[in-house]
Design a protein around this ligand. Structure first.
Ligand code: SAH
Length: 339
């Protein structure tokens, strides 16, 4: 059976036409699905007869909350059970400009970044477009907050689940559904270069965040295996292409790890790499995960690094840490909810 939330509006229309229904039903049903109804019977402007036939041919996916943790700073982490018993986490953060949900895109991750908890245990499977959509719908419902921003920065590599992620983006930005503007959506990638090019050509003007974490191939090779497939120069070239196509400033994420990537030499090479590019560098003091013995750079080293880059004309911020007391910060999400 098919989960109707896995379909785009156009696919839903074809599905209904194949059932002998009029195309306008697609608009009604799409709206209901995205509002988070649990059953076809809640679709009150649809005939009972059609509701019955829909239930025979399809189902409405949902997520079951297994655990909800609330941080002292108001950040909320939710562990969801998926229909096959697997689990992923989402995080809801409050900002001045609105509430933001950080969604997972895969059950686990096989990118192998040395500093990240999500990759421990590898990847089990991709999430479907409907499952990612449900993280947004049910995060809003369970927290009672209106979600206005989305970041694809949870568990998994979004560009390693390309088709489902694109379908999700099309659905979430669809005016007939939840309709979150692409300017309010960021996607983070560890650097799957061919899919950065594909994304650039999709004309979905979302913000691209790139997990860079190094200024040289030598350093990046040590902490991010993906760099052996697509090196820094290829990655930056793809970013420039994205920028050219979408005009959106690229955000580079840089986890500061003591003795690994926080030297002045690294800062020098990083600034040379990014100079002249419309971008922003986000320094993240690396979050500790118990399986790895990586230390966060000292505050003075982080400020020194920041000043160095700023002197060379780059825009740099230090990421405000949210939810670390409930292990909801960058790189701390897992397939089970631990504190
Ligand atoms: N796979 C995508 C999406 C994950 S986003 C990506 O790599 O971009 C999560 C962000 O947190 C990424 O920038 C990731 O590199 C970063 N991150 C992972 N582990 C971290 C840690 N221990 N401390 C700080 N940031 C971390």
């Amino acid at each position: 059976m098919i989960n109707l939330k896995d379909l785009t509006y156009d696919e839903l229309k074809i599905f209904l036409e194949n059932m002998g229904e009029k195309a306008f039903r697609a608009g009604q049903i799409f709206k209901w699905l995205h509002s988070g109804v649990a059953s076809f019977d809640e679709m009150t402007d649809i005939s009972k007869e059609l509701r019955g036939r829909l239930a025979e041919n399809a189902y409405i996916g949902s997520l079951k909350p297994l655990k909800k943790l609330v941080s002292a700073d108001g950040t909320i982490k939710i562990l969801w059970e998926l229909s096959d018993g697997e689990a992923v986490e989402s995080v809801v953060m409050e900002y001045k400009h609105g509430n933001c949900v950080c969604v997972s895109t895969q059950v686990g991750c096989h990118m192998g970044c040395r500093f990240c908890a999500s990759t421990i245990g590898g990847k089990v499977r991709d999430l479907t477009a409907g499952e990612i959509l449900d993280e947004v719908i049910f995060s809003g419902k369970i927290t009672g907050k209106k979600i206005s921003n989305i970041v694809l920065m949870g568990i998994g590599e979004p560009l390693d689940n390309y088709d489902n992620v694109i379908k999700f983006l099309k659905n979430i930005g669809d005016k007939r559904g939840i309709n979150i503007g692409y300017r309010h959506i960021s996607l983070s990638t560890c650097g799957i270069v061919p899919n950065i090019y594909r994304l650039a050509d999709e004309k979905l003007p979302i913000t691209l965040s790139v997990s860079l974490h190094a200024g040289t191939n030598e350093t990046r090779d040590k902490i991010m295996p993906v760099n052996k497939a697509y090196d820094i120069n290829e990655l930056i070239k793809a970013c420039r292409y994205y920028l050219e196509k979408n005009g959106r400033r690229i955000s580079f994420e840089y986890a500061m790890i003591e003795g690994i990537n926080d030297s002045e030499k690294e800062a020098g090479l990083l600034s040379a790499l990014l100079t002249g590019m419309l971008c922003h560098v986000n320094l993240i003091p690396v979050n500790s995960i118990k399986e790895r013995n990586l230390k966060r750079s000292s505050e003075s080293a982080i400020y020194k690094f920041k000043n160095y880059l700023e002197k060379r004309g780059l825009t740099v911020t230090i990421r405000r840490e949210l939810g670390s007391d409930i292990s909801a910060s960058c790189g701390q999400l897992r397939r089970q909810c631990t504190q």
